[in-house]
Design a protein around this ligand. Structure first.
Ligand code: ZN
Length: 476
């Protein structure tokens, strides 16, 4: 069952209970307190027409948008939207969410997890930045637990779409090196509750083809890397139902000259096969930065929201996974990658291949939530309009995830995943950072609450600075 189906069922259960249950009066009262009336707000619906509605009144009830400039209930919490802008909640289409786990050496398999992440700590960053849906591209059982903690209301967090990763060779993730194993891996992933499949770099061609075919039969969409086995025969990767490439970087590896003609050729292939693109540009820019030194990371004020063990790893030259490997050739290579990313975005936009915003949040030093704003700015730097960049993080990803009937635009009947901004993001995409409050599944998280979530996180990280050292990770 998807998160939405679950939510829908919950909703049905609540409505049903209110008709038959003696506690119906209480539920009725709660419903009134769950009604919000956003007054005098400028609505940017992000529908295909995207006609901005100025000074509108938006009503939210039972988690959903029930009216825009229409009937207004007598009871409800009023939110003043004067001179503010309402956009759909943002969607990050490429994240890696931290979960509790083990840093214990593999020769001690009976020892349990030794690092425990507070789910709220991980999710606060998304919510504070208006990210109300994430797509985890290497999801494991712990993520299903996190998703359920959010669904039950214990944690304020985004909707989580989860993809199970299938890899070949000796790589990480579920392994499949023959087609029948690939098909079985898809069926197992579906049975365990994953809604999407991620294909990874070390799959052989036959197994890749079998996975994509089986996923289609099982009704799971496929996103992923372009496996190394397609080197020199990129055309062959574009089989029907290979639905999305997870980074611009995947194409970069297949271009020798890194020129615009190559970018245009890749865009043509992707367009013909209806294979969408996740941008994931900010990752490469941060890799380039880390290879040159760690000052920029140290000066990033948002690093304080990262768990102390990761701060310790990322900020130290001996343990930062990129800085450790730095050399002039590596720097030059990444610079050409960054340069080619820009060409790819221009060519894919020109060829009308849908591009969705993703960040690879979770890898060094891509900070969840904040990084999606960076990504949108990069998309604009690379030639998108602010509106196109916003579309890449709202309507388009909702369509790809097939949740566009529930979220992705501001329309009556959709779940209230919304961001209230102090300034118009269509005028300048940087205004995406002027967050006044966020509706998460119909619940209002105001600026005060956002500041509190961030403050708690910063305080915990500071207080625990000395308790978590990367070098001692196996001892905890
Ligand atoms: Zn990734």
């Amino acid at each position: 069952m998807t998160y939405y189906q679950k939510n829908l069922l919950l909703l049905v259960a609540v409505v049903f209970a209110s008709c038959t249950n003696p506690v119906s009066k209480k539920i009725q009262q709660e419903k009134e307190s769950d009604t919000y009336i956003v007054k005098n707000v400028n609505v940017i619906p992000m529908t295909a027409e995207n006609k901005v509605v100025k000074n509108a009144t938006v009503v939210i009830q039972d988690q959903k948008i029930i009216s825009i400039n229409d009937s207004i209930p007598t009871v409800g919490k009023i939110i003043d939207g004067t001179n503010k802008w309402l956009i759909p909640g943002l969607i990050d289409m490429h994240v890696h969410t931290w979960t509790s786990g083990s840093f214990i050496a593999p020769n001690r398999p009976t020892k349990g997890a030794n690092i425990f992440w507070d789910t709220q700590g991980v999710m606060s960053l998304y919510i504070s930045n208006g990210v109300t849906t994430t797509f985890d591209l290497d999801a494991r059982a712990q993520h299903i637990g996190q998703r359920d903690e959010i669904a039950s209301g214990k944690v304020i967090g985004p909707r989580m779409a989860l993809a199970a990763l299938i890899n070949g060779g000796e790589g990480h993730g579920r392994k499949a090196n023959i087609p029948s194993d690939g098909r079985q891996a898809v069926r197992s992933a579906k049975a365990e509750g994953y809604s999407f499949i991620k294909v990874y770099s070390f799959l052989n061609i036959e197994t890749f083809n079998a996975i994509v075919d089986e996923a289609n039969k099982q009704g799971l969409k496929v996103v992923g890397h372009i496996p190394d086995a397609f080197q020199g025969k990129l055309e062959e990767v574009f089989v029907p139902h290979f639905d999305m490439v997870a980074h611009a970087e995947e194409y970069t590896k297949h271009s020798i000259d890194k020129n615009i003609e190559d970018a245009q050729y890749f865009a043509k292939l992707a367009k013909e096969n209806n294979t969408w693109l996740t941008s994931s540009l900010t990752t490469m820019v941060w890799i380039g930065s880390q290879l040159r030194g760690l000052d920029e990371v140290r000066n990033n004020e948002n690093i304080k929201y990262i768990h102390p063990i990761l701060q310790d790893r990322w900020l130290n030259e001996g343990t930062n996974s990129y800085y450790r490997r730095t050399n002039p050739e590596f720097i030059a290579q990444i610079d050409t990658y960054i340069d080619f990313q820009e060409k790819l975005i221009k060519a894919f936009k020109e060829a009308k291949v849908p591009i969705v915003a993703g960040t690879d949040a979770g890898i060094p030093v891509v900070i969840p939530g904040f990084s999606l704003h960076d990504e949108l700015e990069l998309l604009v730097d690379y030639g998108m309009t602010s509106e196109e960049a916003l579309t890449s993080a709202t309507r388009l990803p909702a369509e790809w995830l097939e949740i566009d009937k529930e979220v992705g635009t501001i329309e009556i009947g959709k779940y209230a995943d919304l961001v209230l901004l102090n300034k118009n993001p269509l005028e300048n995409i940087k205004n995406i950072r002027t967050i006044n409050g966020v509706f998460v599944n119909g619940n209002w998280v105001n600026k005060k609450k956002i500041d509190q979530l961030l403050f708690e996180l910063e305080r915990y990280n500071k207080e625990n600075k000395d308790n978590f050292k990367w070098d001692k990770r196996r001892e905890y």
